[in-house]
Design a protein around this ligand. Structure first.
Ligand SMILES: *Cc1c(COP(=O)(O)O)cnc(C)c1O
Length: 437
């Protein structure tokens, strides 16, 4: 057993590094920042620690604004030492002020953080993978891998291709076609496992031990998960260096949720924003809602479930950071709610119709939960609220097949067009009459 001390030997890191060590979230034991994710003493998860005094002295709003137009403008808050990270334009996605969705829901100040257009693979996972693969290179890995619910495989394969790393990804065999294709195009090795995500993940833990690969969400997980903090930093900066009153975000492993919280706390700690209690509310699908169930029942442990929902990208039945997500929701005065598959589809349509944003099932889940929280009085209409949209609808097209109507097919003639238009208006009226009956 290695001694849990001696952070970094002199000369092993450049002066650019502001992270210090891996720290056990449970017992506080410290380790060198290598490829490792569990405490050798208590098996708690490891998390990065930073020299916040140095950050307070050296980082200003101006120094951040002068940085690249990507997550790397926050490099001092990320666990990499290099000054030339893998930068494929990840991050700095739009924070859209919502008018039509806000009015529909009865909210005064609603913002949409739109990671459906993140680069390069249209989901928030590009953030975590950019950080994980930059660190993987620093640690000397030449093959990178992941256990994925879909989006992570897309990101890992794309960014590995860009960085010239060998790549082998593991996915459940029943993923949406768009997610499989969106991985294969980068020519990694793709392993489709006949089982659910939790079984894929267990298999990958064994492979990580035998093959010496860098698994972004296993042995590199402490580095990977820090990438999600940028979702907090960007919102703070885009709101004019202020924090919102309330955020709503989806929960799979619970990591993203807890890291947005860590991001806000760090900005407060180093004086980039004023102190404020931001309420954190989380979204799950009924068919995989172990964290929402624990929240509702007032438990402080999460009971694993077998997922069964169209929201596959957030279908993790045994969430690694579930208890930490529960803690964040409770201590900030937020909530964790779940919605059924029909509400998820309605959520996707509602966001598309009101804001022109086509999100995937995870985003439909988040919008449906936002609606539920407003309707049940758990979000105050006066609160400034940020809803996180984490993935793109073009990747989960099968979810909305049969729910979005059909094009009006016509002959290439004006009268054919006029007849079709009449027909569609009559149909619209009939639909309205049915609603009114
Ligand atoms: C992975 C994923 C999440 C949630 O990730 P966790 O950090 O594991 O909670 C949310 N939305 C989408 C689209 C994802 O792919």
């Amino acid at each position: 057993m290695t001694q849990a001390t001696q952070v970094h030997a002199p000369g092993t890191q450049t002066t650019a590094a502001t992270f210090t060590s891996l720290i056990c979230k449970e017992c506080g034991a410290e380790y060198e920042p290598k490829a490792s994710h569990v405490c050798e003493f208590c098996f708690g998860p490891l998390e990065l620690g930073y020299d916040y005094d140095a950050l307070r002295r050296h980082v200003t709003r101006e120094s951040i604004s002068a940085g690249p137009n990507s997550i790397w403008r926050y490099r001092p808050f990320l666990p990499v030492a290099t000054d030339s990270p893998i930068d494929v334009g990840t991050g700095m996605t739009p924070l859209v002020r919502s008018h039509r969705l806000a009015r529909r829901l009865g909210l005064k100040k609603l913002y949409i953080k739109n990671d459906a257009v993140n680069m390069p693979t249209l989901s928030f996972k590009d953030r975590v993978v950019s950080v994980a693969l930059t660190r993987a290179k620093e640690l000397g890995f030449t093959t990178v891998s992941c256990a994925s619910t879909g989006n992570l495989a897309n990101s890992t394969a794309a960014i590995a291709a860009h960085a010239g790393l060998d790549c082998c990804v593991f996915i459940p065999a029943d993923l949406e076609a768009g997610k499989v294709l969106g991985t294969l195009i980068y020519s990694p090795t793709v392993i489709a496992v006949q089982g659910n995500y939790d079984q894929v993940n267990r298999l990958c833990c064994e492979v990580a031990n035998t093959h010496g690969w860098g698994f972004v969400n296993i042995n590199l997980r402490p580095y990977y998960s820090e990438g999600s903090k940028t979702l907090g930093y960007e919102v703070a900066e885009q709101l004019g260096w202020q924090l919102p009153d309330h955020i709503v975000a989806p929960l799979a492993s619970g990591s993203l949720f807890t890291k947005i919280y860590k991001g806000f706390q760090e900005f407060i700690k180093v004086g980039l924003v004023d102190e404020k209690n931001v309420r954190f509310s989380g979204a799950q699908a009924d068919g995989c809602s172990p964290i929402a169930a624990a929240f509702r029942e007032g438990r402080d442990f999460v009971m694993p479930v077998k997922p069964n929902t169209i929201a596959k990208s957030i279908a993790i039945g045994n969430p690694a950071d579930g208890i930490y997500a529960l803690d964040v929701a409770r201590k900030t005065g937020g909530n964790i709610e779940s919605v059924c598959d029909a509400e998820i589809i309605e959520g996707m349509k509602l966001l598309a119709e009101t804001e022109g944003i086509f999100t995937e099932t995870a985003g439909g889940t988040t919008i449906a939960v936002l609606k539920k929280l407003v309707e049940s009085g758990k979000i105050d209409p006066e609160e400034s609220t940020v809803v996180y949209i984490t993935g793109n609808g073009l990747k989960t097209q099968e979810a909305v097949h049969g729910y979005i109507g059909e094009p009006l097919t016509i002959e290439p003639k004006l009268d054919s067009f006029e007849r079709a238009l009449d027909r569609s208006r009559t149909l619209d009226r009939l639909e309205w009459q049915q609603v009114l009956v």
